[in-house]
Write a protein that binds this ligand. Structure first.
Ligand SMILES: [Fe+2]
Length: 361
């Protein structure tokens, strides 16, 4: 069979760029040249030398993560997400049914807000609520460390949004309307990826699932610190490349909402975690600066031309179905349902069944 070559406008890549963040001040021309390639053609990059993200600081966080996940299973289960309508707390991802199974456990948290009440729509109840913090007597440094990290992440994301505006020829506040102004909202999870076992080494296709392949469906930008390598991205030819481990580095990638806003000018790239690359426990702490849920994302007028959109490796069909839900609030709720099927099938049976009928879960 003759394979038709896809027409592409983006350059392909053989490695994920590492960009010195201090270049933004010292040598803007070099910085924006590298950033343009990273965001328009790769969709991923690793920043080095971001003030406040030094290797020593990150190591302290990963020591706390080691402590958290080293606790007895009953201690962790007492903080389980099934206790929480906003799905905050601990969960095992290696027992999840379906494609969201990951060879990992995680502790999920975010902006600490009161529960919106039983009469609130399901997507709001899934989004907002109190965290299940570990007891201060067990992990006294936990909350303060996470609050420090997340205020630094927040500042980084605001700066990065301005850099993206510069790249896109938008005013420096051109993305502000998509983010809440009165509250600082974020969602995160500390992830613990389990290391490779001797049986897994027999994998023949070069991949053992740590995290399934996906693009970030509901985000503008995701940032992440990692204790070890293991993350891989797919280039435009379909080849998997390792994201380099940079001590003190922060991995950033474009999500599908920002891709949509820019008519595909900035790319959201498929990625996964490959356990075959993980010989010892791997910890990651990602950060997403939440956008306003009610704000519908459409291509900005200057990016609305179909010729501006670049082509990409086809998304997972379930993600495509999710992205076709027109109401952004309902879509955000279904996105959460699909990530936590066991918990949400019990907590939100009606909406879970609807999502199932639509082929999303
Ligand atoms: Fe992701």
């Amino acid at each position: 069979m003759v394979q038709r070559r896809r027409r592409r406008t983006e350059a392909d890549f053989e490695e994920v760029p590492v960009i010195d963040f201090t270049l933004a001040e010292r040598d803007p021309e070099a910085y924006y040249k590298q950033l343009r390639f990273a965001l328009e053609d790769v969709g991923f990059l690793v920043f080095s030398n971001i003030p406040g993200f030094e290797d020593g600081f990150q190591k302290e966080l990963f020591a706390t993560a080691t402590d958290l996940f080293g606790r007895p299973q009953e201690w962790k289960d007492a903080l389980g997400t099934a206790n929480s309508h906003s799905l905050r707390g601990y969960f095992r991802a290696d027992t999840l049914p379906g494609p969201h199974k990951a060879y990992a456990e995680a502790y999920r948290f975010g902006a600490d807000l009161p529960a919106p009440g039983e009469d609130a729509p399901f997507w709001l109840r899934l989004h907002e609520g109190p965290n299940q913090w570990p007891a201060a007597s067990d992990l006294p440094q936990f909350r303060e460390q996470m609050n420090t990290l997340f205020s630094r992440y927040h500042a980084l994301n605001l700066a990065l949004n301005q850099h993206i505006c510069h790249l896109l020829d938008l005013p420096s506040d051109g993305l502000d309307e998509f983010f809440p102004t009165k509250t600082i909202e974020y969602n995160s999870a500390i992830w613990h990826y389990f290391p490779l076992t001797p049986e897994m080494k027999k994998a023949e296709n070069g991949f053992v699932q740590g995290m399934h392949e996906h693009r970030d469906p509901s985000t503008f930008v995701t940032c992440l610190i990692q204790s070890r390598a293991g993350l891989q991205v797919q280039n435009h030819a379909g080849r998997w490349l390792d994201v380099p481990m940079v001590p003190g580095g922060v991995v950033c990638n474009i999500g599908m909402q920002l891709m949509k806003l820019t008519g595909g000018k900035l790319v959201a790239t498929t990625h996964r975690v490959n356990t075959l690359k993980i010989s010892q426990d791997r910890f990651t702490i990602p950060y997403v600066l939440s956008t306003r849920l009610e704000k519908e994302i459409r291509p900005l007028p200057q990016f609305a031309s179909p010729t501006a959109a670049k082509e990409h490796v086809a998304p997972n069909p379930k993600i495509a179905k999710l992205m076709s839900i027109p109401d952004p609030l309902v879509r955000s709720g279904y996105a959460r349902l699909s990530l936590f099927p066991a918990a949400t099938a019990k907590l939100y049976p009606k909406e879970f069944e609807e999502a199932h009928q639509l082929g999303i879960v």
